[in-house]
Design a protein around this ligand. Sequence first.
Ligand code: PCA
Length: 172
Amino acid sequence: MYENLFKSPLHRVFVYGTLKQSEPNHGLMKDTANGYAKFLGLGKTTVQYPLVIATKYNIPFLLKKPNTGNYVFGEIYDVDSNMLKRLDELEEHPQFYERTEETVLLASEAAFKSEKTFEEVSESTKAWIYFLPKFKSSLLDGTMYKSYSNNGSHGLKYCENYEEAASLDDVL
Ligand code: PCA
């Protein structure tokens, strides 16, 4: 295990959608057969982006349109190269989502529960985020969320296993 970590450097990832704890694709990160993933804490973007739920499969997307939408909350993990490869496969990077490295804020869960603001208890770090780089402008017409939950009051349930079936036509 540690031997593998030396061979395989860690990559920091900010997840905002179905990969988060209690969300439909989180099992993938917990499966050690896919590699290593360590939860570091809660994350928040330092730039506003539109977080939308789109296509008939109700897939969450962070649209690559800075200064639009919200500072978005997610979770930050350190993953090894095997896990990153697995995540890239799921998100179909770079054909569908595109992973780019961004500056984000990282706070421990405990610190977040204190009275202080996220900014007060967090530190700045760089992490990979899966964005939708190109999209049709109608995706900007719907609700822009601050954080994603499949069980949110929006009622838009994610259709598992359909990510691969989601055609680019739905969003481009
Ligand atoms: N999975 C990735 C991108 C969107 C999604 O559903 C994530 O959770 O960050």
